[in-house]
Structure formats: C-alpha cells, structure tokens
Design a protein around this ligand. Structure first.
Ligand SMILES: [Zn+2]
Length: 73
C-alpha cells in the first residue's frame, strides 16, 4: 500500500499519467495536497527518506490554523 511521503496518509490517488508507455505518473495526497512524480528521488517519494523537518502528522494537519483567517460576518 502506498502512503503520502509527507503526512503518511493512505488517501492518495493518481493525478496524471504519462501520455505514452506509462513512464511516469504524478500522485497527490488528498489529506495534505502534497504531490510527487513516481520517478523522483526517494527524498520526494518515500516517507522514510522524506526530509524530517518537513514531515507532517495527521494530528498536526487537523490543528493547523487557516491563514489568512476566514472573515467573520
Ligand atoms: Zn499527505
């Protein structure tokens, strides 16, 4: 099973495939919106190799603030 390299979500899907011979595809995470091409280096495609300072957890995402804040009526 594939997971998002940035946030470990399993909610990922193929956004686009190469027009010929399936030489590459771009995946996108429906949780954090990170996208990556499957032919990029493991630092962009693998949770284990993704730069530690840029990883997210599902808990962090759920507590993020909206910026800029939504105006109140
Ligand atoms: Zn993600």
């Amino acid at each position: 099973m594939s997971i998002c390299p940035r946030c470990e979500s399993i909610k990922i899907k193929c956004m686009v495939k190469a027009p010929k011979k399936n030489t590459w595809k771009v995946m996108i995470c429906e949780t954090c919106c990170y996208s990556w091409r499957n032919t990029e280096s493991p630092a962009q495609t693998s949770r284990d190799k993704y730069p530690q300072g840029f990883t997210l957890t599902l808990e962090q995402i759920s507590t993020m603030i909206v910026s800029p804040p939504i105006a109140k009526k």
